[in-house]
Design a protein around this ligand. Sequence first.
Ligand SMILES: *Cc1c(COP(=O)(O)O)cnc(C)c1O
Length: 793
Amino acid sequence: MKKLNRKQFIENFKSNLEQKYVKSFEDSTKFEKYHALSETIMDMISKDWLETNKKNRTERNAFYFSAEFLIGRSLGNNLLNLGIIDEVKEILKDLDIDFDEIEDEEDDAALGNGGLGRLAACFMESGATEGLNLHGYGVRYSQGIFKQRFENGFQLEEGDSWVARGDFWSLRKESESQIVNFRNFKVKAVPYDVPVVGYKNGVVNTLRLWQSEAIKNDGFDFQDFNDFRYDESVSEKNRAEDITRVLYPNDNIRQGKLLRLLQQYFFVSASLQEIVQKYKRLYPEDKNFSQFHKYHIFQLNDTHPVIAIPELIRILLDEENLSWDDAFGLATKVFAFTNHTVLQEALEKWNLDLIHEVSPRAVDIIKEIDKRLLESLQEKGYSLEEMEPYRIVKNEMVEMAFLATYVSTSINGVAELHTIILKKETLNQWFKLYPEKFNNKTNGVTPRRWLQYSNPQLTAYIDKLLKSEDWKHDMTKLKGLEKFADDVKVLDKLNEIKFEKKVQLAKYIKKYEGIEIDPNSIFDIQIKRLHEYKRQLLNALHILHLYYELKVNPSLDMHPVTFIFGAKAAPGYFRAKGIIKFINEISKLINNDSEINGKIKVVFIQNYRVSYAEKLFPAADVSEQISTAGKEASGTGNMKFMMNGTPTLGTMDGANVEIFREAGLENNFLFGRTEEEINELAYTYNPINIYNSDERVKKVVDALIKEERISDEGTNHFLDIYNSLIDPKDGNRADVYYLLEDFASYVEAHKRVDEAYRDRRGYARKGLINIANSGLFSSDRTIKQYAEEIWKI
Ligand SMILES: *Cc1c(COP(=O)(O)O)cnc(C)c1O
């Protein structure tokens, strides 16, 4: 690592400030200083960036296609990865600038919904850190995920114009623009390149995000304007820019909207055209693309970019004049597919008419693929009936996961249990046909952002204990911490660090939520998208149960707990929004009741996002991972908690299974039915029986419609939730996520937490063992497995 030239750095910083704003250093605002600092960092990155680009050109490269990259902030992370964060903090301090305040000026680049988008961002960072030839391709939405705020306990959404004040972490590459042809119109795709800095290794990879713009004159029609047709004069421009205007705010739910498909086609078409062009420039003699597969592998992050398959075939057939067999044969070598969900309501199916609206050729090509699939099955001796479950096109709908599975060389799930369920259920017929294509790649998170950057206190202490920084390059070395498991001085220090992080979080929550919380209480945290399968409602019902217990017995022997929630609900998801309102009502009821001696407090923080997450994970005592077994593909929040020394209170689901295995069940809190048990139960399950036999369940479920101190203000949200649990309408099943089934077990697990927490050192010991065994969940490990086992880069 080069050493930072302090004098030069300060000079560059000041001159950036003077040039950008024509202001003296003393007169500039915090934002202006943030801007100048960002430019200074970008200048420092540029040389390594150019070098990395040059090196990649003639080698085999992997391309990560994803509709979402949930980046968050870049300043702190880039400083950390450049190895200059401590020095820069010192320099700023000498200049009388508070780094925390400067940092807070940066808006999150929130170009994703939740886990899937954040995974893509962690992968890019780990790819650069491992020195892999990995390129990200996605969409530069001008509006990221909406900003959430609560009014009277209801979620309100506001736009997120994250570029409005300027995006200093990307470069517009006008000259590499592409034209994307939709059926009815064309747009210009302009790439914005975001540098992805590897950890102290001089590597800078590229995340390329495409922005949609009008082709001619920026779409401005001067004639219209002159004739006073002001709206018409910009209509072309608006129509083009609409394509990348806004991120769809849906997580794990399909929404078959034309604009969404236009977005998907837009970014994969631009990406593939650019990549094919570059290949032709480099290998002009390879007219039939016979070597293309040796240099390219495209990883499809869920079904969102699967339209890339017919698009590549189209380019090869129509523009490069390849035969069908050559074009299709090439496609079967260069795509790999990651599945992210087993929820039926999340698997994308597109209507043929809609695909026709976007790209008529894609329809021809998909039909041809389906036809050829049937022919090949017929050759293998399949009957019509046996072929049915494989149909890519069914009732005029295209099963995108089937298209991806048929054509790709690799199909992977994102945690061991998830991959098992894919094989035995979701994609079982395909597993029987192509067992060799299926593999598992358990997700991971980057320890730079989620441990080193978010928790410098713990990081410094680990350095001290291990007397080395090797673990920062190989997280499995954290295992060395286990030898301190019974060292009381170490356990006390870990508790001290946790307390410091809790105090910091409490201050932040006071500032942004206006609620006072006690860092001596247990911080029990559930932060993730709001979804019924994630069961925030189960958490809420348990809290209400505890509250009623305390009302009967205010001196109940329990350690005080602060329950913290963070979650956005999709704006059209009525029930999820009802659950938010319900938790906010419980929060108001409990926080204002002086009779319970401050034993419990409930805070639903607003606008949960990456930069808030960085403050929450290190401050947690309990990690709530309580999805119905079999429903959460992996989860990555669970891993961020673990790295920060927080035991998991969770079900045998997703990557929890592997967390429990690595850190030991005795250091975590398992509860609830297993996936197998739930499958067996499914035929006979009747939540009414539990409601009738367990008074505690009856009391909290009834509260939804009978508790007079809480209200949904006549919106019927609470009745809807009540009905979903025990009285569904229209012949639907009740309690499909088995909340009542798992309730008793969940109550009991919380009692175990309460018990365990009283032994302060014993609890710290659990945290320590979790940290020591979190190495498996570094995205460095995951990305190396993709590189070695799928990409061969
Ligand atoms: C990690 C992360 C997620 C994913 O959380 P899960 O608990 O795995 O669903 C979602 N949103 C943000 C902001 C994150 O950082």
